[in-house]
Design a protein around this ligand. Sequence first.
Ligand code: NG1
Ligand code: ZN
Length: 533
Amino acid sequence: IENIVELESNIESYPNPGIKVFQYGTSGIRYNSEHLDHVLHRMGLLVALRSIHLKSAAVGLMITASHNPQDDNGIKLIDPLGEMLDSSWEVYATKLANAPNNQDVCAMLINIAYENNIDKKYIPRVYIGRDTRNSGKRLLDAVLCGVNAFNSNVEDFGIITTPMLHFFVRCYNTNGLYGQPSEHSYYTKLTNSFKTLRKMANLKNYSPVIEFDGANGVGALKMKDAIIHLEETLVINMHNDDIMNTEKLNYKCGADFVKSNQCPPTGMTIKPHSKYVSVDGDADRIVYSFVDENNKFYLLDGDRIATLVAGYIKDLFIASGLDVNVGLVQTAYSNGNSTKYVTDKLKVPVACVPTGVKYLHHKANDYDVGIYFEANGHGTILFKDAIRELIRNQCSIEVDEAKSLALKKLICIMDMTNETVGDAYSDMLIVESVLCERGWSISDWYKTYSDLPNRLKQVTVKDRNTFETGDAERICLKPLGLQEKIDSIVLKYSMGRSFVRPSGTEDVVRIYAEADTQINADKLAVEVATAVY
Ligand code: NG1
Ligand code: ZN
């Protein structure tokens, strides 16, 4: 840092009004956009420093509040391989966001530089994107002010999805091996492999028609661009694509609404047995749904996608003759029957980790091929570098026709996957590929196993920090005695399971319950909620 006076004056442009204490949580910082200017400015400063620390590697800053209402906004920071910000720097982010005055911000930045032995000779490189929210442009200016305090190389990609930005960051830092940091390269890479695989696929009951619920956000905007690339493979009917009226963003539509309310999105006519795809406000989550002839609603969430993908990949490896360790990572929110199906039927090992994509992502790295999905539809597939190479090498020399075909299909799946983070577009291409390969309609997919009826509730408590959990959030360690109460309640229910945990993103404690019938799942959730109060 050359010039402290200049830095101080830069910091003065965005003072902390001291209205709220922020926390860099499981998915960055989110809050009402009115109070975020100084936070975004400081994150601009931090991300530039992070890039200097990483010797000019590109790092990413996404301005989004995902599935939250239009009035909120927030930030997600991205590390060089497209992964989420390292947790030691999350601590800096929280401290910086809350520093009361400008001198503190300056002192903290200098401290971070010292603690990390940062060599100031490196010029930072920062990649920025934002979703469709009205406040995005104003907050971008705050970010730019911070980033430019360090004379950074800045690339502003404008309005893009979160997973696109993750992809671009990785592309830059891997010298084009993963693709180029451009929308064109992103669409081409993912879509070309999709089209190649489609040429090898089976159709039977499969239908290429998708009713797309864009949550009135960036997912809709980008799907319109993608449609051109998808011609002759998918028929995408656009709905909830009104990005001009931003108050409609995520409102009664999109992946979070459909998953949380277990009902179809509004804003579109729902026809029996049509295939509905809903994404969230920054297009990193996806869920499928349909209704039958009696208008009964069926949800195919992250658990379903994970089981579909795990079964398919496992079969491809068996067909390829390669002995590869494929595993699935879930959280306690995954439906008990999905875990059972994967373990007993698919014979794929399942690990359970705490809520938060970074935990899933990390655990997935333990397998040669690790598939991870949160029940809410956020997930992807990770292939170890060595496995990627093994597949490609084997494919180039394989003489057996069936094995060679399986290897080619695996390569298509690898290239269609955005491994950096959950990506609704990439996940949709993967799901459509597997359904087409299997020759399945959406109801065929649903028939693979049946979900245990479940209920998610939340209660507001005085202090959610008094709640502590263990065993990947499946047991409650504090307040003392609560777990015993939960155990005795659960015992009364056939196939009962329930757990409580403090939310990482909201001031609430969440309660999850599942049981043999919906009435029982609801009752169990209420009983446990009463024990929590
Ligand atoms: P919290 O608020 O910690 O439950 C929610 C979701 C997570 C994750 C984060 C980040 C549930 C039950 N929880 O976390 O899965 O997606 O938001 O968006 O869906
Ligand atoms: Zn999201």
